[in-house]
Design a protein around this ligand. Structure first.
Ligand code: APR
Length: 230
């Protein structure tokens, strides 16, 4: 069976990383126009770099939870063709045992040169004194994260997988930000089964919804799939 799994901030919530739109969500504490748009970066790069330095440190200190680890077991079982597409910019999928994740919103642990486009691994704090290792320009180093108004990464690959899958599963996302919010429609139009595993139903057009915290609902679902009842 070909399974495509879309994940969002709710998957990492129990690892201590905040979500965006819940009661204590990140976008209730920070103005996303100031810290998550190219315009905000152009206006005040230090504020933006400091915002992502804080999120990078939090993500580095966090640990994968039972849901990340269950998905790692599903992928490692090789029993099904599994594609994981994540909106998350942390590396908890990878540290939970999933090697090849499609980070359509980028990664906290990569840097991008806003001048030449070079991308490289970067786990330390970023400052405006940093130089790009490729073009040596100073002041153009930014997190390799897709901001609002920018084009998500590897979309063709993601849509191709969704259009040909047997089962599309959405985990821990409110389904409010496109293009990811439209993935369930693509899967449904292509005739796939659709399943949502979320703290509470997001209201999307899923054939089945299982509500509850990811750390219990996801391992339960993976156990079902691995025992042939998914
Ligand atoms: N287990 C499962 N689901 C949870 C949990 C949990 N422990 N805690 C919260 N959730 C669910 C919420 O019910 C909500 O539906 O996770 C979802 C989080 O929604 P958002 O905060 O909107 O996060 P997400 O959907 O990932 O946001 C999408 O928006 O701001 C942009 O680029 C950012 O990638 C992000 C995108």
């Amino acid at each position: 069976m070909s399974i495509v799994i879309l994940t969002g901030a709710g998957l990492s919530a129990e690892s201590g990383l905040g979500t965006f739109r819940d009661a204590d969500g990140l976008w209730l504490k920070f103005d996303l126009k100031e810290v998550a748009t190219p315009e905000g970066y152009a206006r005040d790069p230090v504020q933006v770099l400091d915002f992502y330095n804080m999120r990078r440190r939090n993500a580095a200190e966090a640990a994968p939870n039972a849901a990340h680890q269950a998905l790692g077991r599903l992928v490692a079982s090789d029993r099904h063709e599994v594609t994981i597409i994540t909106q998350n910019i942390d590396d908890l999928h990878e540290r939970g045992g999933t090697p090849n994740v499609n980070h359509i919103h980028g990664s906290l642990f990569e840097a991008l040169c806003a001048d030449c486009g070079h991308v490289w691994p970067h786990r330390e704090d970023m400052t405006i004194e940093d130089a790009c290792p490729a073009c040596e320009t100073i002041g153009t180093v930014r997190p390799n994260i897709v901001w609002f108004g920018e084009v998500p990464y590897r979309m063709e690959e993601a849509v191709a997988a969704i259009e040909t899958c047997d089962l599309f599963v959405s985990i821990g996302t409110s389904g409010t930000v496109y293009p990811a919010a439209g993935f369930v429609d693509i899967a449904d139009d292509a005739g796939a089964r659709t399943l949502e595993l979320n703290l509470e139903a997001s209201g999307g057009i899923f054939g089945e919804v299982r509500e509850g915290p990811a750390s219990s609902v996801v391992p339960g679902w993976v156990a079902n799939v691995l025992s042939g009842n998914g």
